[in-house]
Design a protein around this ligand. Sequence first.
Ligand code: ADP
Length: 245
Amino acid sequence: MRTVVKTDQHIPAKDSTSSPQSSSNAPIVQLRSVTKTYNNGCHGLLDVSLEVKQKEFLLITGPSGSGKSTLLKLLYGEELATQGEVIVNDCNVTDLRGDRLSLLRRRIGIVFQDYKLIPQRTVAENVTFVLQAQGFTRKEIQRRLEPTLKLVGLLSKANCFPDQLSGGEQQRVSVARAIVGTPPLILADEPTGNLDPDNSWQVIQILQKLNSFGATVIVTTHDEQLVRRCNHPVVQVCNGRLYRK
Ligand code: ADP
């Protein structure tokens, strides 16, 4: 059965071809016996296999240094597996270089613990910067900006600079930047690591909303309380090995 995956539901459809089409049951992420050993001999991951289906919301938990970031970095090609296969959107990430890797990354929204915003640019500029670099027209960028800022509750702060925002607001800008291109896959690496419980929950709720629109979401966290509150499937990483909870 073919299903329309509407990850851009927060953005008014321009035409009937704007939503990606795919089978909702197909895996969007597969790790097959993946080991990552860093140059210094340190193991990031050890013989990890994992399958994440489209539209899933998966939490990856585990203590600091256990391998959570390594797992996400392998998915967006920041690190390459030493052994095994990493398949994302039907592409073997290990084989991708240059333009083909950039194309894959355009279909992945990434949220970092430390926001990684550009201090000299406004909220609107931070959110649209990547779209500009990707050659979107000014009209298309404007069409996407407003609903995205509305979704993260920052429409009134569009012209503020990052240092005029709270930590929670800055993280919501980084979420807006990750989703404005309507990627089918969102990876969030400890997105709540620097936030208090209220702001953490706000960020998770936005990610849940995107998931309800059809995006696959993978979130790493070491916050056990948040994991219990979320009620999503959980896997645990411990010393580079993956366990189901
Ligand atoms: P987590 O995200 O769970 O905190 P990481 O994936 O960052 O864990 O790290 C897993 C292990 O890999 C740790 O022992 C860490 O020190 C090591 N590691 C991570 N990145 C590097 C690197 N670039 N070079 C060497 N070792 C690394």
